[in-house]
Design a protein around this ligand. Structure first.
Ligand SMILES: [Zn+2]
Ligand SMILES: [Zn+2]
Length: 387
């Protein structure tokens, strides 16, 4: 971050102050004085979920990354409730997000680099005219051809007012709880929806583990996933941004992934992109090898341990090479593999075998890592020390 701070964006600063005061001071006060109707609570939850999904499923996984395709009704819903979430138009958001991925952690280019501090990554980046936050539309030429994206971009501010003020006001009049609806389905919903997605830029780059890549600050953390509609598996996401899942295992808490799956079952979403399992295992192993090799260099380790690690690495290289050969064969045979049942089965089982090999290797590596950690912790650096 440059030393001299750019001017404050007063419109954003005043807005954020007001909305947070309304949400976290007025909402409880009014609740204690007057209470809220069941309808105000219902629309608060409904809009909160729809805002969250519109950003994570729509803005992020559909438009910024093209990790799946969506039919028109779903695109319109995501564009409308995305405008309600007040995080700028899809075009602006996706342009900045692509820069974030491309230059992650570079304080001179990443719009919300965690290296400039938690507050800057969470909200500070929107409060001043940082040059890094200027949207570069040359990065979203594909989206400029999307009629839904361009319609939302052109009418963005009208949509923001209609969805944030008009809709809660109309519902309040309809259900006889105007103040309650404006406070819960308006203010609290918007403030919470903001922080839930802002945590992706702050907490998801700060607090957690890095199993798939240690080349950037993005981390995986189930607790952060709870606060970010499943985007807390951010280390995976930065490693495989084209995957529609962030929590890659079926049991990992990723409501955005489940929302996309439900839409797919209803026929509203299709072409969900999944990273091949082999590549996922490969990334985890490569990271683990890098860590162990680094640790082995800085710690006195037994020759046999070092030998075992080298052998494992050799096997890893062989498996990766073998996988590349099978992959090349798959490309080469192309359509023939699709129609020839035996060829198709041969390819599929080869991939499965290679995946299994990596899976088993991960287990062995965990044992090696456990032994090393135990020795480091207990201060036992057994002789003879390898050179
Ligand atoms: Zn990130
Ligand atoms: Zn992303």
């Amino acid at each position: 971050m440059p030393s001299s701070k750019p001017p404050i964006v007063w419109s954003n600063a005043i807005f954020f102050a007001l909305i947070n005061v309304a949400a976290f001071i007025l909402v409880p006060l009014w609740g204690m004085m007057q209470g809220y109707s069941g309808w105000a609570w219902f629309f608060f939850v409904l809009f909160w979920v729809l805002n969250g999904m519109s950003i994570t499923v729509g803005y992020h996984r559909l438009w910024a990354h093209h990790s799946f395709k969506a039919r028109a009704p779903l695109r319109w819903i995501l564009a409308l409730f995305g405008a309600m979430a007040l995080q700028n138009s899809i075009l602006h958001w996706a342009a900045r997000h692509r820069v974030h991925h491309r230059y992650v952690d570079d304080v001179t280019r990443d719009p919300h680099s965690i290296k400039a501090g938690f507050w800057h990554a969470h909200m500070g980046w929107m409060l001043r005219k940082w040059p890094t936050t200027e949207a570069d539309f040359s990065r979203v030429k594909d989206l400029q051809k999307d009629p839904v994206v361009m319609w939302q971009h052109r009418h963005y501010w009208s949509l923001v007012w209609i969805m944030n003020l008009g809709v809660p006001l109309a519902l309040g009049l309809l259900f006889g709880d105007v103040v309650g609806m404006l406070l819960l389905a308006g203010a609290l919903r918007l403030a919470l929806s903001h922080h839930f997605t802002f945590f992706i830029n702050s907490l998801a780059h700060l607090w957690g583990r890095r199993p798939y890549s240690d080349e950037n600050t993005a981390v995986d953390n189930p607790a952060v996933a709870l606060l970010t509609w499943g985007e807390g598996y951010h280390n995976y996401h930065h490693a495989f941004q084209a995957d529609y899942r962030n929590g890659v295992a079926w049991w990992q808490y990723d409501p955005s992934k489940w929302f996309i799956n439900i839409c797919a079952w209803c026929g509203l979403a299709y072409d969900r992109h999944k990273t091949p399992a082999f590549k996922i295992h490969r990334a985890r192993l490569a990271t683990q090898f890098r860590r162990l090799q680094h640790l082995a260099e800085s710690t006195k380790v037994h020759e046999t341990w070092r030998g075992a690690l080298e052998r494992e690495y050799q096997r890893f290289r062989e498996t990766v090479n073998h996988w590349q050969e099978v992959q090349a064969k798959k490309v080469q045979t192309g359509r023939a593999a699709m129609s020839d049942r035996w060829l198709k089965t041969e390819l599929r089982t080869s991939f499965k075998e290679l995946e299994y090999r990596l899976k088993m290797q991960r287990r062995r590596l965990q044992v090696l890592a456990g032994e090393l950690n135990q020795r480091v912790r207990s201060g036992l650096s057994p002789p003879p020390v390898s050179g």
